[in-house]
Design a protein around this ligand. Structure first.
Ligand code: HEM
Length: 415
């Protein structure tokens, strides 16, 4: 099966606009595929490059000559960012750092995201998911975004961090929502205001959390306080790290869980395969992530030298972003890319990135998705979607993708 793209325009900038500008299309994949077919390495009329084939997106992540340069680039492009609290915070957050600072901070954090640490969190995550499923069952259904997936990722990462109560987790989720607006490539003054307000409140909360720890316990914040005392992290990096971990854990995992179950309910053949073989949950989660990636675009990088992508030479100082939605459906990488196949065995996707910025929380996200998606489909074999075409959540578009709500009915089984 190939994507039906014949009805779509050939003009690459029109396609880019269909992807980046509201109203956002419910199904961006034919558009991304058309763009990949007509101009896989394209300089947009907005002044940055958008690359959409799998090999080029991999290059964006892996090329040692590309830098994130987020802080400097933002200020150069747009004077409204000068002294902006959100930009100050972003500069201290791992995803927006470049080596050597990135290497140092990542090295500090990596030991807390190992298989052993995740195994220690598994029971907590399973218990949490089961309680949320009980609530859905008692209500005969609900919204998979806000009555289920929303409550999982921040709770799990805060269990690891230590000391973030349930009420505070709700505040953190709101701040994370606000902060993400500041990453938008075309951030308006109103969006920046929201991002700045969130950065001030989130930063102050992280400072209070850190101040309450003396480094004597073994939760992650205490461990990071000890790192600070040993001189490996400065205080701003410590604050940036706490906000990063909560923020990075939240949207993508929530969207992966809710959209993943939605896709399974839309593909009854695949749902039946998973229900017949629960051990396929890890593979299913991975394929759902390829099929509908929560992160649709890489954070833009800046070239520092000439670089050849596809058959195009890009000079230094250019902004380049990779379109994950195009890469994950590239027929050069995946057989029948538009088919959801939870038994697919062609090497996974690029949805967790690769290279030095590859997702630090990959094991945590995988664990949560496998538990949440796996347990939902086993427990509710008769679940059905109430809306076949749920509304897209516009706020974080076009960098990320998720639904506003995914309502399901859970008819009681007889017998
Ligand atoms: C399904 C869920 C998730 C997806 C799809 C996802 C995807 C990604 C992607 C694509 C990046 C790289 C962005 C770029 O450089 O352009 C990234 C980075 C990152 N992610 Fe995730 N993520 C998920 C869940 C999580 C979770 C649960 C955490 C837990 C704390 C987390 C923490 C991070 C961090 C800290 C980075 C920055 C890594 C670095 O720059 O070295 N993510 N993630």
């Amino acid at each position: 099966m190939t994507t039906p793209t014949a009805h779509l325009p050939n003009d690459a900038d029109v396609l880019v606009s269909m992807l980046l500008d509201p109203p956002f299309t419910h199904d961006p994949y034919p558009v991304a595929s058309r763009l990949r077919d007509v101009a896989p390495v394209h300089r947009t009329d907005r002044g940055f490059w958008l690359v959409s084939d799998a090999a080029s997106v991999e290059q964006v992540y892996r090329s040692p000559t590309m830098r994130i340069g987020f802080g400097a680039a933002r200020q150069d492009q747009d004077p409204q960012f000068a002294d902006s609290p959100s930009l100050q915070l972003f500069k201290r957050m791992l995803p927006f750092m470049d080596p050597p600072d990135h290497t140092r901070v990542r090295r500090v954090l990596a030991p807390y995201f190992t298989p052993r640490v995740m195994a220690g969190l598994r029971h907590y995550a399973e218990d949490l998911v089961d309680r949320l499923l009980d609530r859905l069952a008692a209500n005969g259904g609900g919204d998979l975004v806000f009555d289920f997936a929303n409550d999982i990722p921040v709770a799990v990462v805060c269990h690891l961090l230590g000391g973030v109560g349930e009420e505070d987790q709700i505040l953190c989720r709101d701040w994370a929502e606000g902060l993400v607006e500041g990453v938008h490539p075309e951030c308006t003054a109103d969006m920046l205001r929201k991002a700045d307000a969130a950065a001030v409140a989130f930063g102050a909360y992280a400072e209070r959390l850190i101040a309450g720890k003396d480094g004597s316990t073994d939760d992650l914040v205490s461990c990071l306080v000890r790192e600070h005392a040993a001189g490996t992290l400065d205080m701003q990096e410590l604050v940036g790290t706490v906000t990063t971990l909560i923020g990075a854990a939240f949207h993508n995992t929530r969207n992966h869980i809710a959209s993943g179950i939605y896709e399974l309910l839309r593909h009854p053949d695949q749902l039946a395969v998973l229900q017949g073989n629960p051990d396929l949950a890890p593979q299913a989660a991975e394929e759902l992530l390829r099929f509908d990636p929560p992160v649709q675009m890489t954070i833009p990088r800046i070239t520092t030298t000439d670089i050849v992508m596809g058959d195009v030479k890009i000079g230094p100082g250019e902004l380049v972003a990779g379109l994950i939605s195009g890469a994950n459906r590239d027929p050069a990488r995946y057989a029948e890319p538009d088919r959801l196949d939870i038994q697919r065995d062609d090497g996974g996707s690029i949805s967790f990135a690769s290279g030095i910025h590859s997702c630090l929380g990959i094991l945590m996200a995988r664990m949560e998705a496998q538990i949440a998606i796996g347990r939902f489909v086993q427990r509710f074999p008769t679940a059905r979607l109430i809306d076949e075409t749920p509304e897209i959540e516009p706020s974080a578009q076009p960098l990320t993708r998720g639904y506003k709500q995914v309502r399901v009915a859970l008819p009681r089984q007889i017998g």
